[in-house]
Design a protein around this ligand. Sequence first.
Ligand code: IVH
Length: 670
Amino acid sequence: MKRSEAQRRLRALRAEIRHHDYLYYVKDTPEVSDEAYDTLFRELRQLEERFPELATPDSPTQRVGGMVFDRFPPVEHAAPMLSLASDRDEAALRRFDERVRKGVGGAVRYVLEPKLDGASVELVYEGGTLVRASTRGDGIVGEGITDNVRTIASVPLRLRDEVALPEFLAVRGEVIMHLSDFEKLNERLMDEGKEPFANPRNAAAGALRQLDPTVTASRPLDIYVYDVLDVRGYEITSQTDALDAIRAWGLPVTTLIETADTVEQMLAYHSSLLQRRDDLDFEIDGAVIKLDEFAARRRLGATSHHPRWAYAYKFPPRREVTRVLEIVPSVGRTGVVTPVALMYPVELGGVTVSRATLHNREEVARKDIREGDRVRVQRAGDVIPQVIERIDEPDRKRGPRFRMPKACPSCGTALTERGPFTVCPNSFECPAQLAGRLEHFASREALDIEGLGEQSARLLVSTRLVRHLDDLFDLTPAQLRQLEGFADKSANNLVAAIKQSSRVPLNRFLYGLGIPEVGVTVARSLAAQFGTFEALRRAGTDDLTAVDGVGPKMAEQIAGFFASEHNRDALHRLVGKVTLSETAPVSSGETLTGVKFVFTGGLTRLSRSDAEALVASLGGRAMGSVSKQTDYVVAGTDPGSKLAQAEQLGVTVLDEEGFIALLRDRGGAV
Ligand code: IVH
């Protein structure tokens, strides 16, 4: 390459890297993968090495890390927060080990740690008290985010004094967001119509750099500490010492740490960590290999960018670029139709992936993903791979926008919209939903039908022995015997189990129906409040919101479920085949659980508010108006129109004496 050409390329590379630094460190919205960034950075460094006269002091290679942004006070770190030399190549790891052995000139011992994928922070303790916390910034100076870090529950504000407290301690750790919390946060953000985070690292970094610490506090963050940057008044001579002391002071350390003397042990650690990667509730992107003894570390030293005694042996990336071949709608168990991108197969973190979710209609539109587009896909934990973004190709002519079909691809029923989601309302007959619904109906918390799991449910639906949920109750041993995996005994047992399950408490039956948003607890409250299936079926959204734990959104979904024409017939048939029994009371203390009272007229022995409090203490509810769901109207002196309404609707009317007698009967303290 000619010098002038190199000059041009250097300028372009620096501008591009600065742009990505800004997006990554300041905006928390990176637009390229770490791998793509590293490639650019490597090219820049190599080019500057070849043409040293073209190196400039403001080149991105001349600083340790990212960028300092002036929203937060600058904080100089106790020691530079360096980066790690890293690669994904076994040969490079072997070269690192050789260099270390040569430099140390004797036996070496390594500490092996997971490479946590979060936001790096420094914590400073003086006399055992947390006094400062900062982001990495450019590695020398970071942003003071003390108040935000204080909101992280696992960061001790004071160190434990089981071992002697240091006068001064600066440690480095990684702030992370657990995957389960990350998913919940993103769901919440999308519900609020806000942009979700691309990954837990961005979510953690974003949360740390909130100007309002209460916002940080509302984001579930955690920390793992892995390095002592500086310590005074306490002797530490190795990483093993450091980790022991960090633990004893009450700072969180991961449990995944091991030691090694050979490259083979490092490779084994790396592959066992890689295997466990999907089971962890936080993201890791490799193994960090550190020389244990500090004396040996000093012999090797550091560059301005990274220490020569540590190395990150990275995992294959979980984010890659590929092309969308087709977008197909896929119907799930609850009827939600998800647009799925079928892609040119790509390896993500060691797994070949060719399908990724596009979540819902609005997400496809927001990201504007079309068939034929180049996209970045990501896989995190066990989560279904997802398309994160489209990569612009200005010169390519793009296909038409994706449109959700009007009819269910499985059963042809007209689809409906629920917020950003598209739903097939044919809950009980749509083949795509039926096997899943059947399995759920038979599950432990629902009808608890032993011997009816995922596999049998699929078999029953695919052989068309069950075409409607209630067909279940007409199955005969002879029919079951024809199915693969069923013998005389198992067929008889299953039919017996089904028969037995047809006597079922209302709450379990309700849970088994898979009504949107209705889990075990809400099903129990609904059963307690309405008492019968019929009463619940007829309940309006106002009646529903009166139930504990049911908000307006949920009430709408429940009412919609019962109102749907598709469900009406199926539910009618189903109810005809089961015997619904009462829900067992939640606790013996709550002897009026779900019982509804309406008061009218004046009471003489109790005040109205005492009466209402007594009802509530026994698990009952005092309501404002009379409806068919009202259990008792308590009529005092000069009752109003509510008494007439009660008589009209056939609701039991009690006078004050009768009311008090009822309370006493149920154990009320009157
Ligand atoms: S040690 C001088 N240990 O990986 C050595 N870093 O560039 C300092 N990281 O931003 C780093 N897990 O935030 C170390 N167990 C671990 C780590 C770790 C994650 C991060 C660190 C840094 C990046 C490497």
